[in-house]
Design a protein around this ligand. Sequence first.
Ligand code: HEM
Ligand code: HEM
Length: 160
Amino acid sequence: MTPSNYSKTQIALHWIIALLVLFQIVMHDEIARLWSGRMDGTLPNAATPNAHVAVGFLILALAAWRIVLRFKRGVPALPASEHPALKMLASGTHLLFYVLLIGMPLSGATAWILGVESAAQVHAIAEKLLIALIALHALAALAQHFWFKTDVLKRMLGRA
Ligand code: HEM
Ligand code: HEM
């Protein structure tokens, strides 16, 4: 199914998840401190509850909801005028976002709950990839609006 726009729920989920992800990236000092304390033995090796973990699980639940909606309702097509290579880049970026939105909470949980150090390394590498993708994605959204003059940004703001 190919609807002509995003639903209100899809739009709300996009921006709420984006804000929560930015929160996770900017406010990571506490979890990094707790984790290194657990690893060097200065803190008990226990999966204590904290904001990073709670927000991370919230992102997992919202991302799962979003993926279900994507299958059930569908998403609008990329602009017909867009070069096939750019279309592939956009679809690849979106797919990788979904992989990271599910993979980051799972690798984080494996590190935090089961104490697996290699999962924490995967989590930290995924973070770098996520930051690069966000930069690319935000630039592409602005380029669509100001350079290519499509309605791609407007439709994610509910104004198309
Ligand atoms: C999409 C959701 C998540 C994002 C974007 C995210 C992001 C981050 C970031 C940016 C760091 C700092 C990494 C660094 O020091 O370079 C971090 C560390 C960490 N996060 Fe998450 N996180 C998410 C979900 C979770 C969840 C659900 C858990 C646990 C249940 C978790 C557990 C950890 C742990 C244990 C660390 C410290 C280990 C490390 O530095 O790699 N994270 N996370
Ligand atoms: C952590 C931050 C972000 C994440 C994880 C994220 C994730 C995503 C994903 C997965 C999609 C694909 C939706 C789908 O068709 O299934 C999407 C679409 C979109 N995003 Fe983001 N996004 C983020 C931040 C931003 C920002 C900052 C902007 C604007 C500057 C933006 C603008 C857009 C637009 C315009 C679309 C629609 C693309 C289209 O209709 O083809 N996003 N985003």
